[in-house]
Every structure is written in structure tokens, then in C-alpha cells.
Design a protein around this ligand. Structure first.
Ligand code: NAI
Length: 333
């Protein structure tokens, strides 16, 4: 009997990559475009596995309903798991698996795309040239070589960012409660968060969202940063207090903000809302700044990463079905 999997928040690219990964496996996939929420979780009836992504809701209420419907395994097709109430899953004996490391360079390279775009203003230049405007006024950037960049979180992605930045000739300061020896061998230096805030011209966030890192970048942290700092977040939206960042932009303390993630992105990102009224005034305010660049959580979005995510997710589903759960990919034993 194949394992029956309900895939929520399914986009066409998820369907393609997961279907290819499951081709020779005993896994039957059913794709549901809506996100998993308390309103949609009835669709999981008859499935032993739900396969979910970053903005699906897996709070106590949803997990209790999934348990009542007979779901035994929540298979995250992402690395972060801040949206899952793990204690509730454990209490209901529901396994939770994830894709801990898929091509960390994928997100690291997107981080550099944000830094380089904001610095050299290629997004503005693209539009100018298309409109016959070849003026350079306002497009002045800085040379990245020899600049000091602060990397918060030096796990898989943070380390890949350190490696790339060292290639650019940057000085790299890092903070992480768990030091990664590879950082220092690449020429990075561990310092406290306060020293990192004080000395960095660019700060990029690569720690997970936890109760300790929620609003890690708040008004106090921004006050400690250099005037004109470039702040980059490709990790999770709520690590930055968006209202404090807006104040920092208005005061010109933050010179550029690049975000691939946003505190209230659930219900906004991953869908075409171009003909709808967006009623999130904080998000709309961000869009008014010429020195803010927002991408809609696409840091993971390369062919290589999608293939790796799909293969690991299908392996996780098969491993659990055959009682081969491993600690690294399964969050609960
Ligand atoms: P990882 O688990 O390998 O590394 C995270 C690092 O952050 C660890 O070394 C940890 O000790 C450190 N950390 C924890 N608390 C910290 C704190 N208070 N200050 C500084 N460092 C702290 O995770 P990985 O694979 O590097 O991913 C990082 C995050 O990137 C994920 O949690 C996820 O939220 C985000 N992500 C975003 C994607 C996107 O498409 N934009 C795609 C994949 C991941």
C-alpha cells in the first residue's frame, strides 16, 4: 500500500519536483493549492502524512485536528520549523520531519543578490535604461571589497555567506552561540552581537526564528548600528521588528533594507495579488522606500534546491513509513 500524502500550499513547481522524486517510490501524492489552516485541515482526512511549507499553520489547534483525522507524520519541505508546535505534535505522537540542509549556497547566493542589487541599484538602473534615462545620479554605490559585514548565525547558510563574502574581500564578523570552526578557517571572526552591530556596514541574518531571536533586530539593536547600515534578512520575517526597521529607514539610520521574508508574509507571499488591494499598511509603507528591496521568499528557489528538497522530503516520508527515522531530519524521536 502506498503512503498517502496530502501536499498543502502546492504550487506547480512543487507538484513537478515532488512527482519526479516520488516516481519510483511507494508514495501517493495529492496536491492541494490552499495553505494548511484550521479551515482547510479537513482535506487531510484519509491521509497519513501532510507535506507542508513555511507558511502553513501547524499550531496546537491544527495539529490536534490532524491527529483526530489520523495523520501520523508532518513532512516539512523546508529547513525552518518555527511554524510547528513541536510539543503538541509530540503529545499526539505525530512525527515531524524537515529538510535540514539543501544547497545552503542557494539562499547564500540570493543574499548576495540582495546586497549587490541594493548597493549598485541595478533594479533602478534596469528601469532607467529601459525608459531611455541614462543618468547616473542617485545610483552611486560603494566598493564591497574591504567592507565589514556582520553575519548573524553561522550554520549551513551563514557559513556559505561567509565563504562568498571572503571571496569578495570583505572583513566578516560573526555572532552565533554555537561557534562553527569553519568560520575562523575562512578568515571570519566571532564577536558579540553588540560589536557586530557597532562595526558592520552590512548586517545579514541567518539564524532561525525562535523565542530568543524573535525581534532580535529591534529599535535597541538598530540604535547600536552604524548610520547608513545595510540590513539583509533572508531568514525569517519576525527576526526583524518591521516597524522599528521603518523608523530606522525614516531616520536614515538604515541606509538600505533587503528582505526575502516578512513578519506577516503568510497569506501574502507565494500568490499573485497584483489585482487585489493589499491591506497590510506596514508592508505597503516598506514598498514606498527607494532603498528597500523585497523579494517574496524566493531564497530557496533554484532548480537544484527544489530537486534536493523534493528528494529529501520523499525519503523522509518513506523512512518514517519503514521506521527508519533519523535524528537529523526528524525533529521528534
Ligand atoms: P542552521 O540550523 O544550519 O544554522 C542556524 C544557525 O543560527 C546555528 O548555527 C545557530 O546556532 C544559530 N543561531 C541560533 N540562535 C542564534 C542567535 N540568537 N544569534 C546568532 N545565531 C544564532 O540553519 P540554516 O540552514 O543555516 O538556515 C538558517 C535559516 O534560514 C533557517 O532557520 C530558515 O529560517 C532560513 N531559510 C530561509 C530560506 C529562504 O528561502 N529565504 C530557505 C532556507 C532557510
Amino acid at each position: 500500500m502506498p503512503v498517502n500524502v496530502a501536499v498543502f500550499s502546492a504550487q506547480p513547481y512543487d507538484e513537478a519536483s515532488l512527482t519526479a522524486a516520488a516516481a519510483d517510490k511507494s508514495v501517493a501524492l495529492t496536491f492541494f493549492p490552499p495553505a494548511l489552516t484550521q479551515q482547510t485541515c479537513a482535506m487531510a482526512k484519509g491521509f497519513s502524512v501532510v507535506c507542508v511549507f513555511v507558511n502553513d499553520t501547524l499550531d496546537a489547534e491544527v495539529i490536534s485536528t490532524l491527529h483526530a483525522l489520523g495523520v501520523k507524520h508532518i513532512a516539512l519541505r523546508c529547513a525552518g520549523y518555527n511554524n510547528v508546535d513541536l510539543a503538541c505534535a509530540q503529545a499526539h505522537n505525530i512525527a515531524v520531519s524537515r529538510v535540514p540542509a539543501y544547497s545552503p549556497e542557494t539562499v547564500a547566493e540570493h543574499t548576495l543578490a540582495l546586497i549587490l542589487t541594493l548597493n549598485r541599484k541595478t533594479h533602478h538602473a534596469y528601469n532607467r535604461v529601459r525608459e531611455g534615462n541614462f543618468s547616473l545620479n542617485g545610483l552611486l554605490g560603494f566598493t564591497l571589497h574591504n567592507k565589514t559585514v556582520g553575519v548573524v548565525g553561522t550554520g549551513e547558510i551563514g557559513l556559505a555567506v561567509v565563504r562568498i563574502l571572503r571571496g569578495f574581500g570583505c572583513r566578516v564578523l560573526c555572532c552565533d552561540p554555537q561557534k562553527n570552526p569553519a568560520v575562523e578557517s575562512l578568515g571570519g571572526e566571532y564577536v558579540s552581537a553588540d560589536v557586530l552591530f557597532d562595526r558592520s556596514q552590512i548586517i545579514t541574518l541567518h539564524c532561525p526564528l525562535t523565542e530568543h531571536t524573535a525581534h532580535f533586530i529591534d529599535a535597541d539593536a538598530i540604535a547600536k548600528m552604524q548610520k547608513g547600515v545595510m540590513l539583509i534578512n533572508t531568514s525569517r520575517g519576525a527576526i526583524v521588528d518591521t516597524r522599528a526597521a521603518i523608523d530606522g529607514l525614516k531616520q536614515k539610520k538604515i541606509g538600505a533594507l533587503g528582505i526575502d521574508v516578512y513578519e506577516q508574509e503568510a497569506g501574502l507571499f507565494f500568490t499573485d495579488r497584483s489585482l487585489q488591494i493589499i491591506d497590510d499598511d506596514v508592508f505597503e509603507r516598506l514598498l514606498t522606500f527607494p532603498n528597500v528591496l523585497i523579494t517574496g521568499h524566493q531564497g530557496f528557489f533554484t532548480q537544484e534546491a527544489l530537486t534536493e528538497i523534493a528528494n529529501t522530503t520523499i525519503n523522509n516520508i518513506e523512512d518514517f513509513a519503514h521506521q527508519r527515522a533519523t535524528q537529523k531530519r526528524f525533529l521528534l524521536s
